[in-house]
Design a protein around this ligand. Structure first.
Ligand SMILES: Cc1ncc(COP(=O)(O)O)c(C=O)c1O
Length: 398
């Protein structure tokens, strides 16, 4: 297996972890094409997760914009409400095959934590989740769900108390308990072979989309948009289309309160290459080369790093990476709820917001697909409060 995407990726970790990463790679390669593993996973994805997820045409919004036909890939309709379950269930199955009874994981938005806790309770594995204290406060319903599924939850009070600090703590736990424990990483980040494994387990999103759009429209889409935090929903969606040069691929990062403030994320826009959490990739850095602070209203996008494959795709220009600010995501959140009866996660709202801008530049008859990575129940109270504040501010300016 290749550990690099161009110059990005690799496994820059402590000596003590190398053996475990090699074991993980070996075991993964064994199950990857094993018909029994694939059949068991396919059955769980169908019967438990609810795949395939629909590809929903947005009639009202397409009619209002009057240009391309817009479709949403509905990862929000998976069991537990986000694409994270595809990877969590598959890796939990892999952990079981490896004879590991204990699973540790990190979570930001809480969706990955919920997915891991769910998969572990289904498969009878012990589950330990690390979550930043700030994220736990913003995502209270998900904290309750993880506990209900029997997960042991550790709140992280170090650093910014968000996703990057939770990942660091989960890695520390893994190093200490490596013999009986699998680290179930939730995005296409970290040392090799994690980005590769997560890429493969999330490609189900793009593979289904390809089949569905060919069936419904008889051709490939002109453009696909997905949000990029660590980058797992985007790489899963983009991967089966990378060779189709005529399909424009757009990854949307979080610009928070704007790049002219000190509250933004978006390492692919504002970062530079360096080593972070075991991989060479784009990261937010301060002038001393220390990891920069990140901010986004969407906890799943509030991360100073990104998966190494995205760094490579940016450099070769195959995927365009752009950004949306908190307030634009909030307006898209409200618009989709209002016009189409769909409540998007704040992360996914970034993709929707940018897709609406792209749609206005496209032609009638073209096809635009947006990956709706998750549903917004978890964000409801936060989004409503933020929208009220935003409208007050906008009213006072106008
Ligand atoms: C609904 C949702 N979308 C997107 C993301 C961002 O992660 P990724 O870029 O790995 O898809 C998260 C992360 O928690 C999420 O919960």
């Amino acid at each position: 297996m290749e550990g690099f995407y161009g110059k990005y990726g690799g496994a820059y970790v402590a000596e003590t972890l190398i053996g475990n990463l090699e074991e993980l790679e070996r075991e993964y390669l064994k199950v990857k094409d094993d018909p029994d593993f694939r059949a068991e996973l396919a059955k769980l994805l169908k019967d438990f997760v609810g795949r395939p997820t629909p590809l929903t045409p947005l009639h009202a919004i397409s009619a209002e914009i009057g240009r391309p036909k817009i479709y949403l890939k509905r990862e929000d309709l998976t069991h537990t409400g986000a694409h994270k379950i595809n990877n969590a269930l598959a890796q939990a199955l892999l952990a079981k095959r490896m004879g590991k009874q204990r699973v540790v994981a990190e979570t930001g938005a809480g969706q990955h934590g919920v997915a891991v806790a769910t998969a572990c309770s289904l498969l009878g594995l012990d589950c330990v989740i690390y979550m930043g204290a700030v994220d736990a406060e913003r995502q209270a319903p998900n904290v309750q769900r993880m506990k209900l599924h029997g997960a042991e939850l550790h709140l992280v009070h170090t650093g910014q108390k968000t996703l990057k600090d939770a990942i660091s703590e989960a890695i520390r736990d893994w190093i200490t308990n490596v013999n009986d424990t699998h680290y179930l990483l939730g995005s296409a980040v970290g040392p090799h072979p994690f980005p590769n494994i997560v890429h493969d387990f999330q490609s189900v999103i793009g593979l289904e989309t390809r089949e569905q759009i060919l069936e419904q429209e008889g051709r490939l889409p002109d453009c696909i948009v997905a949000c990029v935090g660590g980058g797992s929903n985007a790489i899963g969606m983009f991967s089966p289309f990378l060779e189709d040069e005529e399909v424009r691929l757009i990854g949307v990062q979080a610009a928070g309160k704007g790049f002219d403030t000190d509250k933004y994320a978006g390492p692919l826009i504002k970062g530079r290459p360096g080593i972070f959490q075991g991989a060479h990739t784009y990261i937010l850095q301060n002038s001393d080369g220390q990891i920069g602070k990140s901010h986004s209203i969407a906890p799943g996008l509030d991360y100073p790093g990104v998966g190494p494959q995205h760094s490579y795709l940016k450099d070769i220009g195959r995927v365009e990476y752009t950004f949306i600010q908190d307030h634009e995501a909030l307006h898209a959140f409200e618009y989709l709820c209002h016009k189409e009866g769909i409540l998007p996660a704040l992360e996914s709202s970034h993709a929707v917001a940018y897709a609406l801008q792209v749609a206005a530049t496209m032609d009638e008859g073209q096809i635009l697909v947006v990956n709706l990575s998750g549903r917004g129940d978890k964000d409801l109270s936060q989004a409503i409060e933020a929208l009220a504040r935003l409208k007050e501010k906008e009213a006072s300016v106008s």
